[in-house]
Ligand binder design. Sequence first.
Ligand SMILES: [Zn+2]
Length: 84
Amino acid sequence: MYNYGKCHVCGGRMEEAEIKQDFWVSGRLVVIESLPAGVCRQCGERVVKADIGRQIAALLGDQKLRRKARTMSVPVITFAKTIA
Ligand SMILES: [Zn+2]
């Protein structure tokens, strides 16, 4: 198992996990799931290995892949209107 070292935020222990992570690509929200990452047990900070980072960039840059990916709907809340 890859050693993610200590958390750069709080110094906590990083553990490998498969996460769901959101990215904004050209104004659109894209979610990648089953993403291997190091997650801090204390503060929840997430880091990915450099090669995983490169693969993420390749996936996000693949328009065909994005077009044929399944989609999900998410709630959108306008803060100012709701809180005022
Ligand atoms: Zn941490």
